[in-house]
Every structure is written in structure tokens, then in C-alpha cells.
Design a protein around this ligand. Sequence first.
Ligand code: C5P
Length: 241
Amino acid sequence: MQPKDRIVVALDVETPAQALSLVEQLRGLVGMFKIGKQLFTAAGPDIVRQVVGLGEKVFLDLKFHDIPNTVAAAGVEAARLGVSIFNVHSLGGSAMMRATVDAINDAAEREKFPKPLILAVTILTSHDQASLQEIGLERSIQEQVVHLAQLASASGINGVVASPREILPLRQSIDNPNFVILTPGVRPAGAALNDQKRVMTPAEAVTAGADYLVIGRPITSAENPATAAQKISEEIEQALA
Ligand code: C5P
């Protein structure tokens, strides 16, 4: 994987035109584009097809969480759209995760499409200890994250979405060097934090063991998104050298 391939740009915009403009500006400079609930709800699966049609990789960030049959079927539809990564919510449980993994394996074999990576969300970083307790989860956040990541791994899931502070504990507790860690909350030194609280620089995140970095506003709101992306690639390259 080249340094630029680790960068996943969050297309958190309202319209397909805005999304496609960013893709045009960043083609060849980053590895993937993340389409989440905002853009998907506004623009539908067509925007995924369009970005994939341009030869770009897409991470479909819809955090599927439902009964096993429904999530498995939604996952197969995501794979049919040609996404490279999609995610599920680990709180849906091992049966939901296993059903999704099995359905993707079966459909990929039957329909001859490349298997997307399936990642799990553990505990949303917007939670704190009090809001976890409120929903009846008594463990510390870190214990809960590690527990759910282990459950995901044992269910055949390829990796997790994890905040920067969770990277090291996850690398220490998941006994699989190929377990993928994708990390949002990344800010180049000196960049605006926006609403992110606990951040790492791109260099710190890859050094800690992140495979992919989800980066939105530091690139998408930059005066020159292409230059911002190139700088981040260079920072990653230096960190891994
Ligand atoms: O603009 P920014 O770099 O903050 O965008 C980060 C992206 O990663 C957003 O799409 C956000 O929803 C997502 N994300 C996050 N923190 C998480 C999980 C996802 O910022 N814990």
C-alpha cells in the first residue's frame, strides 16, 4: 500500500455535484472516498455507482445495525454497488456479523465480485462513560471497545473503525496482524480541530498502527484540497520510512 492509499476522504457534502467535484480534484492523490449517511440519504446509491465508475474506491459508511438477515442482505447490496469497504455496528452482535460475512462470501463466489472489506464500529466516539452507562453498558469505554473488536474478529469481520486513542490497545489485544484499523479524528499539525476532541496527526496514527485514515475537513475544506492531500501523504511516507 502506498502512503496515499491510506487516505480515505470523507465526502460529507449535500449534493452529488459537490461530491464529484471533490473526487475530480483528489483523483490519484488519495486511496478512497467515504460516502456516509448524509450524502447517501441525499443522493442514493447512484453517487456510489458514479464514484466507483470513475475507477475510485468507496467506503460506504452506513453502520448497518439490524436483524442478521437484513444486515446480510444490505451488505450484499453494498458489495454489488462495488464498494471496497462497508461497515456494520458490532452492537448488532455476533450472529449479525457472521451472517453478513457468510452472505458476502457466498455472493462473491456466486456473482464473481471482489469481496469488500467488512469493518465494525465498536463504541461511537461521541459516547462518554456517562452516556454508556445510560444505555446500560457498565464496562469502561476502552474495555468495551476491545471486547466488541474481539467479538467482531471472532465473527469473521476484517477490522474496526477506531478512534486514535484506541489503536494501541486494539493492536495489543487482537491476535491478528491483518486486522484492519481505520481511524477518523485525524488532524495534521496546526489544522483546525473542528468538532474533533481527541485527535492524532496522520504520522502519529500510522505509527500507532492505523491502516487507513479517514480525513474530511482538513482536506475537503482546504483552500486547495489536492495540496492538502499531498502534504498528508508526505507526512505518512516520512512516518513509515
Ligand atoms: O471532517 P473530519 O475529518 O472530522 O471527518 C471525519 C469523518 O469521520 C466524518 O465523516 C465523521 O462522521 C467520521 N467519524 C468520526 N469519528 C468517528 C467515526 C466517524 O469523525 N468516531
